[in-house]
Design a protein around this ligand. Structure first.
Ligand SMILES: Cc1cc2nc3c(=O)[nH]c(=O)nc-3n(C[C@H](O)[C@H](O)[C@H](O)COP(=O)(O)O)c2cc1C
Length: 366
């Protein structure tokens, strides 16, 4: 299939392509990525069968296995049938915002993205391009339900709005997805590529309290809501964040989103990737993804799980791990550390380049 051929070819040339002048390499990968993703999302690989013992039930929802795409892969609600056929555990659309966004542009580069192939990592500064809550919810409403394949939607406050207006719009978005019949929601509290509200614990707690009062407490059906934080979250902040989530009736937490700790990651990257990394982070900033997040995401999950176990919880609360997952061993380690579910992005594409549409079958196939 076309997407497999593109990914395999790219896998071979990528270590060389990243040695092009960095602005050219970024331009190439930023535009090439869009072409590749459109081709991939439209493909219809032969459906694979997943061994039944991989099933995981959380909040009364059964996932075929414990691994699904992270937010940002299918921002517009595309690729649903494709990842079901591949054997993913579930599906997550978004992140969407109240108003349509076209994404960031700087130095003539639209939705900047750069891969670091020797380091199994990437940077992006896309800026949340998406068609808006309402349009994407409409697409999701039209999906045919598939057994043991829950549908989630990721959403966040619109970066162009502020204060109570931003929160009202977010709640309206959550209501759209509720009406669309999705199975779970993820609030993105951690995109490094757009302006958020203030990120102090007090400000986060205020926002989450508002959403709880205006949405969580008004729910009339089982619709779990989790909150996604950055993998840069300090371990000391995990307990206070969980206290906020638990006290306001949230159903889980996701650690987490991309990182902006460039100096730390620079030390672990392969030296062949450094010229592009330096250009990208100095020109755009953006979020680092992939292998550099593996240790911190696991540590955050472990800390969150220990803390949740130390509290007597009145209701189900689950921890999701995202960041640096690329192998079955990573998934199993996540579960051992206390995660109930895993999401992947950079590792998915790395595996896709080698395994093509068998990407989930290689991990969970019969
Ligand atoms: C190109 C790209 C776009 C992303 N867009 C979003 C997004 O819209 N919402 C979100 O919550 N996370 C987004 N992320 C972050 C991922 O969901 C994930 O948290 C992060 O990449 C770490 O996982 P990984 O190491 O498996 O890539 C994006 C990541 C990448 C690489």
């Amino acid at each position: 299939m076309l997407a497999e051929s593109i990914a395999r070819f790219d896998h071979i040339v990528r270590p060389l392509a990243v040695h092009l002048p960095p602005p050219l390499a970024t331009q190439l990968y930023s535009s090439g990525r869009n072409v590749f993703l459109s081709a991939l999302a439209a493909e219809k690989p032969a459906p694979v069968s997943i061994a039944a013992y991989h099933k995981r039930t959380l909040w009364g929802l059964t996932f075929r296995n414990g691994l699904l795409n992270a937010a940002g892969m299918f921002k517009q609600g595309e690729g649903y049938d494709m990842v079901f056929r591949q054997g993913a555990g579930g599906y997550l659309a978004g992140t969407t915002t109240a108003h349509k966004r076209t994404g960031n542009v700087r130095n003539g580069i639209t939705k900047p993205f750069a891969p670091y192939p020797r380091s199994r990592a990437a940077s992006n500064w896309l800026g949340l391009p998406n068609d808006g809550h309402e349009a994407v919810a409409k697409r999701l409403a039209a999906f045919e339900n598939k057994e043991h394949f829950p549908i989630g939607a990721s959403l966040m406050t619109d970066p162009e709005s502020s204060g109570e207006q931003a929160l009202q719009e977010l709640v309206r978005g959550m209501e759209c997805y509720d009406r669309a019949g999705v199975d779970f929601l993820e609030i993105n509290e951690s995109c490094p590529n757009v302006a958020h509200g203030a990120s102090t614990l007090e400000a986060i707690a205020e926002r989450l309290e508002y959403i709880s009062r205006h949405f969580l407490q008004q729910r009339t059906r089982n619709l779990p809501v989790v909150v996604k934080f950055s993998t840069d979250t300090a371990t000391a902040d995990v307990a206070p964040l969980l206290d906020v989530l638990l006290s306001h009736g949230y159903d889980g937490v996701n650690f987490g989103n991309t990182s902006t700790q460039y100096a730390r990651h620079r030390m672990t990257l392969h030296k062949g990737d450094l010229a592009l990394f330096d250009y990208f982070t100095q020109t755009f900033g953006g979020g680092v993804s992939g292998e550099p997040l593996r240790v911190s995401s696991l540590e955050l999950v472990r800390t969150a799980s220990k803390y949740a176990a130390s509290r007597s919880l009145a209701r189900e609360f689950h921890i999701i791990r995202t960041g640096g997952i690329a192998t079955l061993q990573d998934v199993e380690e996540s579960f051992s550390a206390g995660a109930a579910l895993c999401q992947w992005y950079t590792g998915y594409f790395e595996r896709f380049a080698e395994d093509g549409h068998s990407v989930y079958a290689r991990l969970f196939g019969k």
